[in-house]
Design a protein around this ligand. Structure first.
Ligand SMILES: Nc1ncnc2c1ncn2[C@@H]1O[C@H](COP(=O)(O)OP(=O)(O)OP(=O)(O)O)[C@@H](O)[C@H]1O
Ligand SMILES: N[C@@H](CCO)C(=O)O
Length: 328
C-alpha cells in the first residue's frame, strides 16, 4: 500500500484547483510504491479528460531536494527522454506545501504516462531500458544543478555499521564476513575519475513503464544525483539481469542491456574495465539499505522489508572471478 496520508474529497479538490488543470473528477490511491503517497488523478478541462499522478512526499524525501528532482524531470522531458513533466501551480511552483496532522508535506502533480512495469523482462525490453538509461545520461548533460549521492560508499559503510555485525549474522551467518571484506575492497579500489553527471541511481523494473518493447516512462527519480555514469549502468544491471531473489543470472538480459546502453552512449575502455567493481558496489548499495530496513522495520509496519540476501547473492556473483567476462 502507498497512501500514508488521508485526503478528504474537498481537500483534494482544493489541491488540484491550485494547479489549474481543470476540475477534479476522480482521485484513486495507488497501491504500488513504498516511499510516498500516490494518487491517480482525473480532471476535466474544456471537455477533455486529463490524467495525472499526485505525489505526496513522505518522510524519506528531503523537501530541499525537490527542486533538483522536479526540475530534472522537466529538463529530461524537454530533451525528448521518456520522463513525465511536472505540472506547475498557479504561482509557477513545481511543488506545494500542504498542511496535514503530521505537519506540512510537499505535493507535486506529475504528468501521467501510459505503460506497465514488467516483472519478467525479455532481452528486447532490457535493450530498450539500456538505451533509455543512456538517453537520460546524455540529456542531463546541460542540466545546471547537481546533487551529491547521499547513498554512496560512506553511506553504505555507515548503514552497515549501524546494523552491527551480530545483527547482519542473524540475517545470514556469512553476511558479516562478506560485508567486511567487500567494503574494504570497495574503499580501496573505488574509481574517482570516470565520466560523471546526473544518474537515476535506482532504475529497477518497477521504476520503468513499458508498452511491449518500448519504454514509455522512467519514474521515481527521488534518488537521482551526480555520480559515475558507469555506476548507474551497474545499478541497472544488478536490478534487471537476475531473478528477483538474485539466485539466477540471465546472460541474454545482460548482453541486451549493455548493448542497448552502448548503442546510445558507448562506454569507454576504462568505464568497461571498472564495471565488475562498480557492480559489486551497486549490489552493496542495495544490500546495505535492505539490511538496515530488514533489521529496523517494526513488525507492525505497513510495508514488508525487501530481502537483503537477494543482493548478497548478486554480490557473490559479481565477486566471482569466473563471472568477470560478463562485462567484457
Ligand atoms: N508518471 C507516472 N505515470 C503513470 N504512473 C505512474 C507515474 N508515476 C508513478 N506512477 C505509478 O505509481 C506507482 C508508485 O510510484 P512510485 O514507484 O514512484 O512510488 P514511490 O512510493 O514514490 O516509490 P518507491 O516505491 O520506488 O520508493 C508506480 O508503480 C506507477 O504505477
Ligand atoms: N529499488 C530499491 C528500493 C528503493 O531504493 C530496492 O529494491 O531495494
Amino acid at each position: 500500500m502507498a497512501v500514508y496520508t488521508r485526503l478528504g474529497a474537498e481537500e483534494m479538490a482544493g489541491i488540484i484547483a491550485a494547479f489549474e488543470v481543470g476540475t477534479l473528477t476522480s482521485a484513486k490511491g495507488i497501491a504500488e510504491g513504498v516511499s510516498n503517497s500516490n494518487w491517480l488523478i482525473e480532471t476535466e478541462q474544456a471537455g477533455t479528460a486529463r490524467r495525472f499522478i499526485l505525489t505526496m512526499f513522505e518522510s524519506r524525501t528531503e523537501i530541499a531536494d525537490l527542486p533538483f528532482f522536479l526540475d530534472l524531470l522537466d529538463h529530461l522531458a524537454a530533451h525528448g527522454a521518456p520522463v513525465a513533466r511536472t505540472m506547475h501551480d498557479c504561482e509557477g511552483a513545481s511543488h506545494r506545501l500542504h498542511r496535514t496532522p503530521e505537519g506540512d508535506k510537499a505535493l507535486a502533480l506529475i504528468e501521467f504516462l501510459p505503460g506497465v512495469s514488467v516483472s519478467e523482462p525479455t532481452p528486447e525490453q532490457a535493450r530498450a531500458v539500456g538505451g533509455a538509461l543512456a538517453q537520460i545520461h546524455l540529456a542531463a548533460a546541460d542540466f545546471p544543478a547537481s546533487r551529491e549521492n547521499s547513498l554512496a560508499l560512506p553511506a553504505w559503510q555507515q548503514l552497515l555499521k549501524d546494523c552491527g555485525r551480530e545483527a547482519l549474522e542473524s540475517i545470514h551467518p556469512e553476511l558479516g564476513r562478506i560485508v567486511e571484506r567487500e567494503l574494504a575492497l570497495l574503499a580501496a579500489e573505488w574509481p574517482a575519475d570516470l565520466p560523471r553527471g546526473v544518474i537515476h541511481a535506482d532504475l529497477f523494473p518497477d521504476n520503468v513503464l513499458m508498452l511491449g518493447d518500448k519504454v514509455t516512462g522512467l519514474i521515481d527519480f527521488y534518488f537521482a544525483c551526480t555520480d559515475l555514469f558507469a555506476y548507474d549502468v551497474a545499478v541497472t544491471h544488478a536490478a534487471w539481469c537476475f531473478s528477483s531473489d538474485g539466485a539466477r543470472f540471465d546472460p541474454a538480459l545482460s548482453r541486451a542491456l549493455l548493448e542497448g546502453y552502448a548503442a546510445v552512449r558507448p562506454l569507454s575502455e576504462v568505464e568497461c574495465a571498472a564495471l565488475p567493481l562498480l557492480a559489486r558496489g551497486a549490489a552493496m548499495r542495495f544490500l546495505a539499505t535492505r539490511a538496515y530496513d530488514w533489521l529496523n522495520t517494526p513488525a507492525d509496519a505497513l510495508v514488508t522489508p525487501k530481502d537483503p540476501m537477494a543482493f548478497a547473492r548478486r554480490l557473490d556473483f559479481y565477486a566471482n572471478p569466473e563471472n568477470a567476462g560478463v562485462f567484457a
